[in-house]
Design a protein around this ligand. Structure first.
Ligand code: PLP
Length: 423
């Protein structure tokens, strides 16, 4: 029994759904399935629901309950759940070639590399599997570049409350409160300064400094938008001190903020750019891009079994073909403006602050009740997320419709009115 349940828990959502209906009694099957939870390492507290199917802006659980999804896998499903372009690309590529090993070229990787670097105005790309892995590659590039061109400079300036991933190096790079105490000893080589403060960066630059690494908008910290001109000031500092500017656009990239990359709002070109999340539209793929100056890997420096495998890259390429269209990005900006308008009304009524850009927004609550609001929304059929105790974050499909935004506003308003937060 246990082994059949654990094998079920590792199959696809569709298989789960089929298994549930085959057993006849969905409730009993669900209970039995959930007993498999004991065999999962407990890295997250999850509600007693099994998500079985998604389409566009909606996701359904085992009991048939439908949720309007303004989380979208944490800003991953850029085109919503199971978009036709992506499922077609996956099934076509799966029938041709899934993996050839990173020791060989494959067609999707060769094609997509050119498309992506041209769009970013950079020189070269390396594909990986997760945002943290792309950021690790960025750090390796910076350290190698420091050894080659800056007499061994290695130190990277990052920002307080930043989030760059969960590998040990990226936990050290991140400024997430409390992380400095976890899993000692911490990897050295990072200096933290307040976000949005270019003078604080300038004050920390010393001969050992090799790079400044920053999110154009801090996502996990609660969609913190820096003051106008911040990124340009960092660019100027990096130029005048011969440092590399690394933009972590794992969350803000691929159209999320209304331009293909958030750094384009400021007309800033980083030396190194990292992408993940929305790049694959739900398929795990990430990328580190670099200009000619910074792109210094040679064989043996970086790699990974699944890096650049044709299935993942074909998926990313199909998403990119949609997201990189100027008309698509214009629609993201229009949907973002409408979302801002609807959220502003809710925020004005309840005395909440609102911040964000494009289709990445956060509401700042007066107290630490974000999880109660998330739960109230969940019972009302809406998924939103609380990255901090007083913050609600919204990151819908980039294809979200005005009607879905209206539905979000109504459920959110209802959750607040049900007394989940004090106004
Ligand atoms: C800005 C940023 N960088 C890196 C990461 C890590 O990405 P992943 O979880 O794919 O490793 C995240 C994840 O939320 C992120 O928001």
């Amino acid at each position: 029994m246990t082994s059949s349940l654990s094998s079920l828990s590792s199959t696809s959502n569709l298989t789960l759904s089929a298994s549930l209906s085959q057993e006849g009694s969905q409730g009993a099957a669900h209970e039995a399935l959930l007993s498999g939870e004991a065999q999962l390492m407990r890295v997250a507290a999850r509600p007693a629901r099994v998500m079985v199917r998604g389409s566009g802006s909606y996701i359904w659980d085992h009991a048939g309950a439908r949720y309007l999804d303004f989380v979208q896998g944490w800003a991953v499903n850029s085109l919503g759940h199971s978009p036709p372009e992506l499922t077609a690309a996956l099934s076509e590529q799966a029938s041709i070639l899934i993996t050839a090993s990173p020791a060989f070229h494959n067609a999707p990787q060769l094609q997509f590399a050119g498309e992506l670097v041209r769009a970013a105005g950079l020189a070269q790309v390396h594909f990986a599997n997760s945002g943290a892995e792309a950021n690790e590659a960025a750090l390796k590039l910076a350290r190698k570049w420091g050894r080659l061109h800056r007499a061994g400079a290695y130190e990277v300036i990052t920002t307080e409350n930043s989030f760059h991933g969960r590998t040990l190096a990226m936990m050290a790079a991140s400024g997430k409160p409390g992380w400095d105490q976890l899993f000692p000893p911490k990897m050295p080589g990072f200096v933290k300064v307040p976000f949005g403060d270019a003078a604080a960066v300038a004050a920390c630059i010393r001969p050992e400094t090799v790079a400044v690494m920053v999110e154009p908008i801090q996502g996990e910290a609660g969609v913190v938008v820096p003051p106008e001109g911040y990124l340009s000031e960092l660019r100027a500092l990096c130029d005048s001190h011969d440092l590399l500017l690394i933009c972590d656009e794992v969350q803000t990239g691929m159209g999320r903020t209304g331009t293909l990359f958030a750094s384009q709002h400021d007309r800033v070109e980083p030396d190194i750019l990292t992408l993940g999340k929305g790049l694959g539209g739900g398929v795990p793929v990430s990328a580190v891009l670099a200009n000619e100056r910074a792109s210094c890997f040679v064989p043996g420096d970086q790699g990974g079994t699944y890096n650049g495998n044709p299935l993942m890259i074909a998926a990313a390429r199909s998403v990119f073909a949609v997201v990189s269209q100027p008309a698509f990005l214009a629609r993201v900006r229009a949907a973002g403006a409408y979302l801002q308008e609807r959220l502003s009304i809710v925020c004005r009524e309840h005395g909440l602050a609102l911040r964000g850009r494009g289709l990445l927004w956060a509401l700042v609550l007066p107290d630490a009740r974000a999880s109660q609001v998330v739960e109230a929304c969940f019972s009302g059929g809406l998924l939103i997320n609380a990255p901090r105790p007083n913050l609600l974050r919204l990151m819908p499909s980039l294809r979200v419709s005005d009607a879905e935004i209206d539905e979000l506003a109504a459920i959110l308003q209802g959750a607040i009115l049900r007394g989940a937060i004090r106004s």
